[in-house]
Design a protein around this ligand. Sequence first.
Ligand SMILES: Nc1ncnc2c1ncn2[C@@H]1O[C@H](COP(=O)(O)OP(=O)(O)O)[C@@H](O)[C@H]1O
Ligand SMILES: [Mg+2]
Length: 326
Amino acid sequence: MSTMNSGALTPNVLEVENLQIVARIAGHDYIAIDNISFSVAQGHARGLVGESGSGKSLTLRAIMGLLPSNVRVTSGVIKFQGQDLLADNGKYRKQVLGTGLSMVFQEPSVALNSVMKIGKQITDSLMQHSDLNRKQARERAIDLMDQVGIRDASKRVDDFPFQLSGGMKQRVMIAAAIACGPELILCDEPTTALDVTIQAQIIELFKKLRSELKVSLLYVTHDIGVVAELCDAISVMYSGRIVEQADDINKVFSNPRHPYTKALLGAIPRIDGPIKRLKGLDSTGPSLTQRSQESAPPMTNIEPGWQVAPFEFADLDVIWSASSHE
Ligand SMILES: Nc1ncnc2c1ncn2[C@@H]1O[C@H](COP(=O)(O)OP(=O)(O)O)[C@@H](O)[C@H]1O
Ligand SMILES: [Mg+2]
């Protein structure tokens, strides 16, 4: 099933079709991602939201070609700019990684090389993908650091990661991700490791980059409030499946159809009522070995660009026990 975007004239920069991912655990294969399809329209941001363990990171890693060794894509198509990233032994993917497609990870301390000056971590990628010489690349790195809100960039360019706060490190990662002018940035909970004030600043930065660079985002988070603020489109994941998605986020926010989406939305604190919070948001759904190994039934089109997965009350018991009210 291929998804359509609301502005039918806007081409998709990314199309994921019927993706299935399997993990091998103790000699057995288990379905980790079950037949998911979604797209990111050019210049748009799609939020991929779901609790821990729902399969968000594996989805991004499959796109980047960074799956763990015991995890593999068993079927499906991942098209970037209309061309399959899974074909030709990853040759096309190699060509677009860094330049057309880049990623920002959850933990900047892990993603950055701790013994390399931050400027060099940006210039290395620049020099690999352009014909800038070292001096030009350094100038460009300083510009980029400036652009992502790092003050005194010309001094900080020679700092090592340990000299920077978590928020600044994440800005460096973002500078590296935008260095070669990508079409699409995959973001894997890029603010989860940061405190609330810094989180808000990084979200503002992503908003700014969206409007200035017209870059598209696939933004993974377990925080639906972030999706509301930053994204146009939404896919809600639960237990390796997409339970509901829409190219226009407002549809899902004003009239969620799947009970799980309703549960997630109920977790947004409201000014006009009591704060409801579901434990499920910070908890983990069923583990791979506990899940149904039957393939998911196809989603239903509510209208073009808005789909919901069929649900049965048996499924809901699982969902409610994973996300019981406080
Ligand atoms: N290398 C692996 N081997 C086995 N299971 C894995 C592996 N990586 C992830 N998983 C399992 O796959 C599911 C999805 O993981 P992940 O994509 O990391 O979830 P999320 O990012 O939404 O928290 C989880 O149940 C997780 O435990
Ligand atoms: Mg994750």
